[in-house]
Design a binder for this molecule. Structure first.
Ligand SMILES: [Zn+2]
Length: 171
């Protein structure tokens, strides 16, 4: 039993890149509360590593601490929280995050100019309110879609609009 716990701790503390551990990319209060298995398989762990190496670590190196609010979500967890089981979170290709003290529009623009996300979404950001919303970014092997979107609520529904220029210019 002690050996089992030791190996489990080692598993969760596994580094995906210099500053990111597996536990940060899979933690979910809902999964814990409802006893849902949110552990990725070996192939999904490799994809989370690629996401960290190509998106999260460069953001960390440039802006400092990154707060990951949601990374991998198993299909069971997606169903429990009403998120699509087809989302890139379920494929271990996406994460939602913020950098403390950094305007999310500024963060969006830096990623767009410096990295190669598959899809980058400025989620529920209100122009003029730097702390509003968060960033959703995905990374895939091969050719990225280079999809840049602003998600917002309109009449109770989530809508997406392409961001053509800079997010800091949104009004
Ligand atoms: Zn997301």
């Amino acid at each position: 039993m002690i050996e089992f716990h030791y190996r489990l701790t080692q598993f969760f503390n596994m580094n995906l890149s210099r500053n990111f551990t597996l536990s940060e990319l899979i933690k979910s209060d809902t999964a814990i509360r409802k006893g849902i298995n949110n552990n990725p398989n070996a192939e999904q762990i490799e994809k989370l590593k690629a996401l960290c190496e190509n998106i999260l670590q460069p953001v960390r190196d440039h802006f400092g601490r990154v707060k990951v609010t949601s990374g991998f979500r198993s299909v069971d967890l997606c169903v429990a929280i009403g998120s699509s089981p087809n989302s890139q979170h379920a494929k271990a290709e996406a994460a939602d995050f913020e950098c403390i003290g950094v305007d999310n529009a500024e963060l969006f623009d830096w990623i767009k100019s410096n990295l190669e996300p598959d899809q980058l979404i400025l989620e529920f950001y209100t122009p003029g309110e730097p702390n509003s919303g968060w960033i959703h970014a995905s990374w895939v092997e091969g050719t990225p879609r280079a999809s840049y979107l602003h998600a917002y609520k309109s009449e109770g529904k989530t809508k997406y609009k392409p961001i053509i220029g800079k997010a800091v210019d949104l009004v």
